[in-house]
Design a protein around this ligand. Structure first.
Ligand SMILES: [Zn+2]
Length: 126
């Protein structure tokens, strides 16, 4: 598996955080990477959290990495890329402490679609 920084994903994430007012997300502590060589046929992206015990052990603040799997993510339409990043950002809890929110009760296709609509509306300045 190879990892490369993904400035395209990072700027998309920044845009989404800003336009959806996800003020609890510390944007500079969200890193974005593109992985190449995954054998997974199902996963498009995933989020990694830098949890409490690591923060304590290494003396570093909470942070997250959004990883997109090049083989699948890069083929998506722009709209689906945006929805993928929205989905991953929704895994970050309001406290921004390095943990996760589960799908159940927090993340659904309906919610992602709604937020995506808000995002495109704001982006087009309507
Ligand atoms: Zn998810």
């Amino acid at each position: 598996m190879q990892y490369h920084e993904a400035p395209d994903v990072k700027s998309l994430a920044n845009e989404i955080i800003e336009s959806l007012d996800l003020f609890y997300i510390v944007a500079e502590s969200v890193y974005c990477y593109r992985s190449i060589g995954s054998k997974s046929k199902r996963i498009i992206a995933r989020i990694h959290g830098f949890g409490k015990i690591w923060q304590r052990a290494l003396g570093l603040p909470p942070s997250y990495v959004i990883e997109v799997l090049s083989e699948r993510y890069d083929k998506l339409s722009q709209e689906d890329k945006e929805k993928t990043v929205i989905h991953e950002l929704l895994h970050i809890p309001r406290g921004f402490r390095g943990g996760f929110r589960p799908h159940k009760g927090y993340i659904s296709k309906k919610k992602v679609d709604k937020l995506h609509k808000d995002y495109t509306t704001k982006k087009s300045g309507v």
